[in-house]
Design a protein around this ligand. Structure first.
Ligand code: NAD
Length: 443
């Protein structure tokens, strides 16, 4: 099949590449001409394991094409996906300007009947707005062409995006058209062979499914963080509690890791947008409000512990930070808890000496050159001359550490671990003070 995807960010590029890899002919379109020209040379703008090789290979095979020309993109296929960003508006609702700009452009340029599939995360009713935006362009030029629509929210996770797309837990398709359903079944057949993972539903239900899924996951995280803070006060170790509750299959072990809050481009904005949708319909979403406020507090948690440890003596200290991205295996810094921590440390007059395997370029882009930020090439280099170590992201190669060496290197012999990576006893035996989340301060 021939498919065009508008937006070559995390979702658009992964979806387009995986569809091309299964043999479809895919055109990826982005308004960022620089991004497109780099993609044509096989340089991918994001870090996503396995993706670059697939982009290069499918480019060579002639399955994957890139353009910044909207007319070429619309003309290429009859099945057009929208995968552009839906950032939060000032009031927390999803800003649909990019989605509707694409729909308008399609309506303006199409010269055959087309199907527009919304893959971006959008509030209930948006697919209908997409149809109207395209249709109004057709009406304006007196065209009798028709636009069909579908909702196909994406559930991939950054860091495991290729695998998630290739082996999805589910493929949600919202449509009211038998013909569109047939198109989607054919498109996803290569990813749907072992068992039927396609769940076809109403368009509005599909749109809400995506928000409900993210809101549920964010709720699990905030719930666990709140229990962790209580455990801290009660002198109970949250990691033991986590094992205790996760063993119940109704609860499960996934997504109950205490930490310094969720970040990234999805959970914060999707929780806000869903809460906003409720408000627009006269409904107060109390759980979502609590999920968000617990998360905002949790991002401050390590800062509070640092203040508690140092009192007013943070000025002039050098903090080594391991891990900056909002989670491992991505370079995404959107809403990353590390940003809250770094900014608080800078405000208190401290110096940050940080290492992240993938996100440092993005950090440099965000903060530019500044005297109180040193980005270094290895985790050991981050420790040189540092007073304390902070762990913001649980990258795999931070999981084992030489604590004796850490105790020799860190002047103040203290670790603030926002991800509960280490065993407190082992850290303490090396003579280090260890603060983690919901485990009490162990000295
Ligand atoms: P992103 O910011 O990484 O990429 C969006 C891309 O769209 C950018 O490259 C931008 O230049 C491009 N764009 C903007 N306007 C355009 C236009 N008119 N025509 C063509 N391209 C245009 O965004 P993302 O993280 O890939 O997210 C896209 C959507 O998917 C969002 O709604 C998001 O909530 C949802 N989503 C994201 C993830 C994720 O893990 N990132 C997972 C599931 C769903």
């Amino acid at each position: 099949m021939k498919v065009t995807i508008f937006g070559t960010g995390y979702v658009g590029l992964v979806s387009g590449t995986c569809l091309a890899d299964s043999g479809h002919q895919v055109m990826c379109m982005d308004v960022d001409a620089d991004k497109i020209s780099r993609l044509r040379q096989g340089q991918i703008p994001i870090y996503e394991p396995g993706l670059e090789a697939m982009v290069v290979e499918n480019g060579k095979l002639g399955n994957l094409h890139f353009t910044s020309d909207a007319a070429e993109a619309v003309g290429f296929a009859d099945l057009l996906f929208i995968a552009v960003g839906t950032p939060p508006d000032e009031d927390g609702s999803a800003d649909l300007k990019y989605v509707l700009a694409v729909a308008t452009e399609i309506g303006r340029l199409m010269d055959k009947n087309k199907t527009i599939v919304t893959k971006s995360t959008v509030p209930v009713g948006t697919s209908e707005k997409v149809r109207q935006a395209a249709q109004s362009q057709l009406d304006a030029r007196g065209s009798s062409l028709q636009v069909s629509i579908a909702s196909n929210p994406e559930f991939l996770k950054e860091g495991a995006a290729v695998n998630d797309f290739m082996k999805p837990d589910r493929i949600v398709v919202g449509t009211d058209s038998a013909q569109v359903r047939k198109q989607m079944v054919e498109l996803y057949a290569p990813f749907n062979r072992n068992s039927d993972r396609m769940i076809v539903m109403d368009i509005r239900a599909a749109e809400l499914t995506k928000y409900a899924a993210n809101a549920m996951l964010a709720t699990k995280i905030s719930f666990m963080n709140e229990i962790a803070n209580l455990a801290e006060l009660l002198g109970a170790d949250i990691e033991q509690v986590r094992h205790g509750i996760g063993s119940d299959p109704r609860i499960g072990y996934q997504f109950i890791y205490p930490g310094i809050g969720y970040g990234g481009s999805c959970f914060p904005k999707d929780v806000q947008a869903l809460e906003r949708t409720g408000r627009e319909h006269g409904m107060q979403m109390s759980i979502l409000q609590a999920v968000e406020s617990v998360n905002n507090l949790q991002k401050q948690r390590l800062v509070d512990l640092i203040r508690q440890h140092y009192g007013n003596e943070i000025n002039g200290k050098t903090f080594a930070i391991w891990g900056l991205s909002f989670k491992p295996k991505t370079d995404d810094m959107r809403e990353a808890p590390s940003r809250v921590i770094m900014e608080a440390l800078w405000q208190a007059g401290a110096i940050v000496q940080a290492y992240d395997p993938e996100a440092m370029q993005e950090v440099e882009r965000l903060y530019g050159q500044r005297q109180d930020l040193r980005l270094v090439g290895t985790r050991d280099a981050a420790l040189v001359g540092a007073d304390a170590l902070i762990i913001c992201t649980e990258w795999q190669h931070f999981r084992a550490a030489n604590f004796e060496r850490l105790a020799e290197t860190l002047s103040d012999k203290v670790i603030f671990d926002g991800r509960n990576v280490y065993d407190p006893d082992t850290v303490n035996e090396a003579g280090l003070t260890y603060y983690a989340i919901g485990r009490g301060a162990s000295l």
